[in-house]
Design a protein around this ligand. Structure first.
Ligand code: UDX
Length: 444
């Protein structure tokens, strides 16, 4: 089987590398020449554990290649995956589909009406109905094309978490395929056959159902996080412990223990954008989701409230110097998109004497962002902590989980840690003499 994947972002690149690892011939296509040149020279544009090795291995085996030209391999492709971005359109909060339609147009131009039909698969997260709309768009753009006879669009949403995307692709909880014919079904069955050995459930549904499953899954997970964050606020006021509450409810099989970690609010490239898009989908079809609307509002407010939490813990900040550990939206990624740090740090810059920042992977991207103008960038955790009045931990990188706390205490002007990810135990921290402020564990 030959596969073309259009878009070499997280989703496209990870999917391409993994499909080639399954043994298929994959061409990853992007119109960004620089990116493709770099990929051809073994330079991976994103930080994703084991991706580089996987890419190199499959390039060497000649199963994976990179190109700027979709036309080159189009004729031989059995499936063409669209994995371009669908960012929020800031004018209306809906998913911006301009890149999707640019690709659809290009594909429509390349279809040979005398050849076998082409399967086009949306991997990007697209609003419900997009598969159908792409088909209509292509039929309208090139009037001689016919559905089934020349092409068809299927939906195969991704559920990859940044930082564990390869593992998520290779060992998914499930694969969702939205198809309208046996032709589409049989191709997707072949592509995911390597997962049969692991007995991965592969769910076939109508295209609209698959498109909605993606939004519903992300909407539900975002709701779960927001729920536990609200419970953490209640814990702080009633003297309860959110970690135990999460465990206590998570053991109920109907609830489950995952995604119940309280924090400074969810960020990243998916949850914020997909909850906004889901809210708009609901409004558009006359089935407004009050739950999703609240999740969006509560999560935005939470990021701002984290500054209040820091102020409450430290008192006047005007003459204080703070060390920030972690700025990415979660560990094991250099992705800064919609990270809580983008809301918290600009405010801290305004109201403190100094903000020193260290992050294992996010700094080179963050250095270019206006939100961080005025921070002092540090190269190492202890250098960052040195001579500051408190640590604010925003992202739970592994290297922050086992700090040498005796050393930390000597380096800090005052032993204060504000831990927005609950990576330490309050009792042990107070035994060590720290003023330790965390989320939802007894005190505000
Ligand atoms: C998410 C989904 O998990 C994935 O299936 C999807 O298709 C893409 O979006 P990702 O954005 O990479 O993946 O990260 P994820 O691990 O889900 O975390 C998202 C955000 O939620 C992060 O900011 C994280 O810190 C936060 N989070 C997650 C919590 O605050 N608490 C939790 O319990 C889990």
């Amino acid at each position: 089987m030959n596969i073309s994947i259009i878009g070499t972002g997280y989703v496209g690149l990870v999917s391409g590398a993994c499909f080639s690892e399954f043994g298929f011939n994959v061409t990853c296509i992007d119109k960004d020449k620089n990116k493709i040149n770099n990929l051809n020279n073994g330079l991976i544009p994103i930080y994703e554990p084991s991706l580089e090795d996987l890419v190199k291995k499959n390039v060497k085996a000649k199963r994976l290649s990179f190109s700027t030209n979709l036309a080159e391999d189009f004729e031989n492709s059995d499936a063409i995956f669209i994995a371009v971005g669908t960012p929020t359109n800031i004018k209306n909060n809906k998913a911006d589909l301009k890149y999707i339609y640019e690709v659809a147009k290009e594909i429509a131009e390349l279809i040979n009406i005398d050849a076998d039909p082409k399967l086009i698969v949306t991997k990007s997260t697209v609003p419900v109905g997009t598969g159908k709309n792409i088909e209509s768009y292509m039929l309208n753009y090139r009037k001689e094309l016919k559905i089934n006879l020349n092409f068809e669009v299927a939906s195969n949403p991704e559920f990859l978490r940044e930082g564990s995307a390869i593992e998520d692709f290779m060992r998914p909880d499930r694969v969702i395929c939205g198809v309208e014919s046996n032709f589409a079904k049989s191709i997707l069955e072949k592509l995911y056959r390597p997962l049969n050995l692991r007995e991965t459930p592969i769910l076939f549904s109508k295209r609209e159902t698959a498109e909605l499953i993606k939004y519903a899954a992300n909407g539900f997970l975002a709701t779960k996080i927001t729920f536990i964050n609200e419970m953490a606020d209640i814990c702080e006021r009633v003297g309860a412990d959110i970690q135990e509450v999460a465990k206590g409810i998570g053991l109920d099989g109907r609830i489950g223990s995952k995604f119940l970690h309280p924090g400074p609010g969810f960020g990243g490239s998916c949850f914020p954008k997909d909850t906004r898009a889901l809210s708009e989908i609901g409004k558009e079809v006359g089935a407004k989701s009050a739950i999703i609307d609240s999740v969006i509002k509560v999560n935005e407010a939470r990021k701002v409230n984290m500054v209040k939490k820091i102020k409450d813990a430290l008192g006047p900040l005007k003459n204080k110097s703070l060390s920030i550990l972690g700025i990415t939206f979660k560990p094991n990624t250099d992705d800064m998109r919609e990270s809580p740090s983008l809301v918290i740090i600009p405010e801290l810059i305004k109201i403190t004497k100094e903000v020193k920042v260290y992050d294992p992977a996010g700094m080179s991207i963050a250095k270019e962002m206006k939100e961080f103008e005025g921070v002092t960038w540090m190269n190492d955790t202890y250098e960052c902590i040195n001579n500051t009045d408190a640590i604010v931990l925003i992202t739970e990188w592994n290297e922050f989980r086992a700090l040498d706390l005796y050393k930390v205490k000597t380096l800090l002007n005052k032993p204060v840690i504000i831990d927005l990810r609950n990576i330490y135990k309050p009792d042990s921290m107070s035994e060590l003499g720290f003023q330790y402020v965390s989320i939802g564990r007894g005190s505000i």
